[in-house]
Design a protein around this ligand. Sequence first.
Ligand code: SF4
Ligand code: SF4
Ligand code: SF4
Length: 310
Amino acid sequence: MTVKVASEWLNACSGCEISILDMGERLLQVLEIADFVHIPALMDHKYFGQTGDGKHIDIPHADVGIISGGVRNEEHLEVAREMRKKCGVIIALGTCATHGGIPALSNSYTNAEILDRYYTTETTDPVTAYPGQGIPPLLDSCYALDEKIQVDILLPGCPPHPDHIFSALAALAAGKSPVLPDKSVCDTCPTVRMGKGELKDVRRFLEAPAYAAADEPLDKMRCLLEQGMVCMGPVTRAGCGGDALRPRCISARVPCRGCYGPVQPGGNQRLDMLNALASNGIDVRSLPESVSFLRFSGAHHMLRPKRKEA
Ligand code: SF4
Ligand code: SF4
Ligand code: SF4
């Protein structure tokens, strides 16, 4: 069976689309089961009809709609709603779409604070009025896709691994629901763990973790969290290693930064990480800050502007 696929990018960096291309030779298999009727990131497809001369947004009907990026302005909202209207199944592709991603860090500030900082206070070329003409108005916050339209499949990752994009499309073409990883990064990590109570102090990642030699196998290296590095593996969804399920950053001996979002879709990586540290004996008040635990998942009202003192 061939499925018609439409793809759109909203508040996105195009990394998720590069991950679609990173399927490599499997793209040839995908093209046998999927007919891309609209994918402006890769082909010359327009919003206003396929020749661009229509008066209203018009995306072709498709069985599957893939949307990357969160919803930050009126244009994103209009495109997301049109995709929902025209597509049978909607996949939120990438952590920006599933949890806001890096752009949702802006949710710690009001739009006025952001515009002020960007255009007046922290620039050598301040303006008297913010650019406005022809630019879609900002929404009040950076939203994950499911805060604005109904989403059927969440495929997180920054970017999602090509193995899972391929398996999701193959499953949908076969009339099945995709089976995606639902464990934590720790559950797929081969490093050596001694157990709770081993972590005494958190240290900044300014020096390399301890391991015997560059070619020491990962399953001989001590867990980075137990070495005192803030590794977000316990509170982050697995999948970055693709079908091999081997966490990418840990394989490079670098702590996980949480880019697949929370293990459960509604989870709070900040609270869960503070819990994980506290249950390992760390006084969480000694951390310089913890907002960055939400660096990939600040949508769903997890991050909000600070209230001003009266
Ligand atoms: S999830 Fe990552 S790769 Fe995808 S659009 Fe967002 S920032 Fe880019
Ligand atoms: S905390 Fe990090 S290094 Fe330790 S097991 Fe989890 S993912 Fe691996
Ligand atoms: S180890 Fe963590 S931060 Fe690194 S790619 Fe995997 S999920 Fe993302």
